[in-house]
Design a protein. Structure first.
Length: 220
C-alpha cells in the first residue's frame, strides 16, 4: 500500500499540504496511476468502479501542472449540472491555489475572460464552441480531463466529444486524463488517446448481485 506522504517532493508543496490532511493511503487506481506516469505528464485512461478514486487522479494532474506553470486545465463533463457540482467542489478546495471558472453558457461566445483563469470546468459542447470561436486561451491548455469518457459511444454527445478531443490532440501538447467506470473497449480507447490504461476492480463498498422476486432478494 502506497502512502500519500510518499509523494512529498513529487507534487507541489501547496497541493501536497492540502491532500496530506485528507489522504493517508492511496487507493489502488491512484497507486497504479502514479506508477504509470501521472506525475511525469503521461496520458492516462482510468477505468475503475464508481467511487474508486478516479477524480483525485485527475485533480492531481490538473493542479500540479497549473502550479508548475505547464498551462491551464480543462475539466470536461457531460452535463451542466455535473459541471456546476465540480466547479463548487474545486472552487472550495483549490480556489486559493488557482483561479477556477465555470463555462457552460452561451454557445455563440468565445468567453475571452477565461484567459484569466487556470482551471476551467465545461461541457464537451461548450468546449467545442469555444474552439470553433477561436478562443485564444485554448492554446494555453496543458491538461485535459475527460470525465465519463465512455460517452464517446453515445449517439447524441459522442460525436461532439470525439471531434473535440481529436482537435485538441492535434493542436496541443497536453496531458490527457480520461475517466470512466465502464468502457467496452478500454484497450482500443487507450491506444486512440495515446494513454496508459489503468484498470482495477477495487471499490469502497462490496458489490453484491442478486435476483428480486416476489418481494425478496436472493443473493448469489
Amino acid at each position: 500500500m502506497m502512502k500519500f506522504k510518499e509523494l512529498k517532493g513529487k507534487v507541489p508543496e501547496k497541493l501536497f499540504n492540502i491532500l496530506v490532511k485528507e489522504i493517508d493511503d492511496l487507493r489502488p487506481c491512484q497507486q497504479k496511476a502514479v506508477k504509470a506516469g501521472l506525475l511525469s505528464g503521461q496520458n492516462l485512461l482510468v477505468c475503475t468502479p464508481t467511487a474508486s478514486g478516479k477524480t483525485l487522479v485527475a485533480e492531481i494532474a490538473a493542479i500540479k501542472n497549473i502550479l508548475e506553470g505547464k498551462g491551464k486545465a480543462v475539466y470536461i463533463v457531460p452535463l451542466k449540472a455535473l459541471a456546476r457540482e465540480k466547479y463548487k467542489d474545486f472552487k472550495q478546495r483549490y480556489g486559493h491555489l488557482c483561479r477556477v471558472a465555470l463555462s457552460i453558457g452561451d454557445m455563440d461566445k468565445s468567453d475571452s475572460y477565461l484567459s484569466d483563469f487556470d482551471l476551467i470546468i465545461t461541457t464537451s459542447e461548450k468546449l467545442d464552441s469555444l474552439i470553433r470561436h477561436r478562443a485564444p486561451w485554448v492554446s494555453k491548455i496543458g491538461t485535459v480531463v475527460v470525465d465519463e469518457v465512455h460517452l464517446l459511444n453515445d449517439p447524441g454527445r459522442g460525436p461532439t466529444l470525439e471531434v473535440t478531443l481529436t482537435i485538441l490532440k492535434k493542436i496541443l501538447k497536453a496531458q490527457t486524463i480520461a475517466l470512466s467506470a465502464t468502457i467496452g473497449n478500454p484497450k482500443e480507447l487507450a491506444q486512440w488517446l495515446e494513454a496508459e490504461l489503468i484498470e482495477d476492480n477495487w471499490r469502497p463498498v462490496k458489490l453484491k448481485k442478486g435476483i428480486y422476486f416476489e418481494g425478496q432478494v436472493e443473493f448469489y
